[in-house]
Design a protein around this ligand. Structure first.
Ligand SMILES: [Zn+2]
Length: 177
């Protein structure tokens, strides 16, 4: 009888292990989904450059999509981030890459959140010929999401004004603040 019990027990365990393996598979599947849905992890596992337009539409609100993926511009004075004065970090609303420190934010009076300097290696620029006078567009280095335009009439120490769409950013306040 011990033999029978042993076999039965082993079979039972095999079912358990099999079930556990299935469970793990679905849990890790869920983890992958959770990681790719943006979030605060930074999403390093996502190949941001490879995301299709359809995938971006799923991840973003309509307004965010128009700005980040279609280089749109939000209405002036429409973003609550204009009045954000806490210490913290402004991150890309597309992929959560940190783009600006609150230390470099200044009151520009333009109606868009404005900064005199991005974080190191955070944005890339290109010339934009949408208006008669070419402007310098800048976008998130990681996901390519359009952020705004940079002008030469900013304050010291850089003299630059990064004029950013508030919808293209999320704000993460410092925990110690
Ligand atoms: Zn991004």
């Amino acid at each position: 009888m011990p033999t029978y019990k042993g076999q039965s027990r082993r079979a039972f365990l095999q079912v358990l292990v099999g079930g556990a393996a299935l469970g793990l598979a679905s849990v890790s599947g869920f983890r992958v989904l959770a990681e790719t849905s943006g979030g605060s992890s930074g999403g390093n596992s996502v190949d941001w450059a490879a995301l299709s337009e359809q995938e971006w539409r799923r991840r973003l609100t309509d307004e965010e999509f128009k700005i980040l993926r279609k280089a749109g511009t939000e209405r002036a004075f429409s973003s609550p981030l204009n009045d954000e004065t806490r210490k913290g970090t402004f991150i890309c609303a597309g992929c959560a890459l940190p783009l600006f420190s609150s230390e470099t934010k200044f009151k520009s009076g333009t109606g868009w959140p404005s900064f005199y300097e991005p974080l190191p290696d955070a944005v890339e620029t290109k010339l934009d010929f949408k208006l008669v006078i070419p402007r310098t567009e800048y976008h998130c280095r990681r996901c390519g999401g359009h952020q705004g335009h940079v002008f030469d009439d900013g304050p010291e120490p850089t003299g630059k004004r990064y004029c950013n769409n508030g919808l293209a950013l999320d704000f993460v306040p410092d925990e110690s603040a």
